[in-house]
Design a protein around this ligand. Structure first.
Ligand SMILES: Nc1ncnc2c1ncn2[C@@H]1O[C@H](COP(=O)(O)OP(=O)(O)OP(=O)(O)O)[C@@H](O)[C@H]1O
Ligand SMILES: [Mg+2]
Length: 267
């Protein structure tokens, strides 16, 4: 039994297909990196994993159960745009994420539950290396620190699956390296299953145990929006040998990522 199964998944917005015939088995503990040209449906796929977008056809199962229609604590997400509240400091921003996950309809924890929550918050602040900045407000944080905060918000509900949608796109190379380290550590120590979208193929090779490329297979010469994207490469990066084998496709994949989504093949 695989941990997550994607069964013949299709997604259309109105008449426009974005994804078609997506099938995959994902083992627990995988670190799947997703690349593909802008607009090919990567975020749409993550949103379906999160449960905030419903597939048009097909289904995703987690431990053999269909995903619930609403996101729950099993899945945390870090979006490319920060979901932090400007008027709350670091500690309060993480606490509110916990409060939302604990009681989505009444985002307040009281008494003993609140003390316990604050203990968890401080633990996670330490894990992501923000202890010295716990009382700072978002505008007082660097880009890397804000990203750490966003990751802490996702991790506070102790998800089993972490969804990262271009988490490091806005960061300087040096800070990116620190964040790679952090995410790798958290993945290993928390035994997470990670799906990470990135525009950076090197980053995808570096972090992933498995690399997916989304691209269109079918093209209509009269209308480029008739068909959706599929997974065109599914490469094993879990061992040095398999990663070395996968590397031979990196040139082709770079080309795929660079093309506009509605471009027709040059044949
Ligand atoms: N809620 C929506 N309603 C209608 N169309 C949508 C919706 N969400 C996404 N789309 C369309 O679906 C397609 C895929 O969007 P998506 O955001 O998944 O792409 P992406 O691969 O994440 O792109 P990027 O790399 O630019 O983030 C786009 O054409 C987009 O306009
Ligand atoms: Mg996107």
């Amino acid at each position: 039994m695989s941990y997550i199964q994607v069964n013949n998944l299709w997604k259309e917005f109105g008449q426009t297909p974005v994804l078609e015939r997506i099938n995959a088995d994902i083992e627990q503990g995988a670190f799947v990196t997703l690349v593909g040209t802008s607009g090919c449906g990567k975020s749409t796929f993550l949103n379906m994993l999160l449960g905030i977008t419903q597939p048009s056809r097909g289904e995703i199962t987690l431990e053999d159960q269909p995903l619930k229609a609403e996101p729950d604590g099993e899945r945390g997400i870090v979006f490319q745009r920060y979901s932090v509240f400007p008027h709350l400091n670091v500690r309060q921003n993480i606490l509110i994420a916990l409060e939302f996950s604990a009681s989505p309809f009444l985002a307040r924890l009281f008494g003993q539950a609140k003390n316990e929550a604050l203990r968890k918050v401080d633990e996670i602040i330490e894990r992501v290396g923000l202890s010295h900045a716990a009382t700072r407000y978002p505008h007082e944080l660097s880009g890397g620190m804000r990203q750490r905060l966003a990751i802490a918000q996702a991790l506070i509900a102790r998800p089993k699956v972490l969804l990262l949608d271009e988490p490091f796109g806005a960061l300087d190379p040096g800070i990116r390296k620190d964040m790679h380290q952090l995410v790798k550590e958290l993945w290993q120590q928390e035994k997470l299953t990670v799906f990470m979208v990135t525009h950076d193929l090197q980053e995808a090779f570096l972090l992933g145990t498995r690399l997916w490329v989304f691209d269109k297979v079918r093209h209509d010469p009269d209308d480029a929006s008739v068909y959706g994207s599929r997974i065109t490469y599914d490469l094993d990066l879990s061992t040095p040998q398999s990663a070395a084998n996968a590397d031979e496709f990196s040139g082709e994949i770079e080309q795929t990522i660079a093309q506009p989504v509605n471009t027709l093949p040059s044949s």
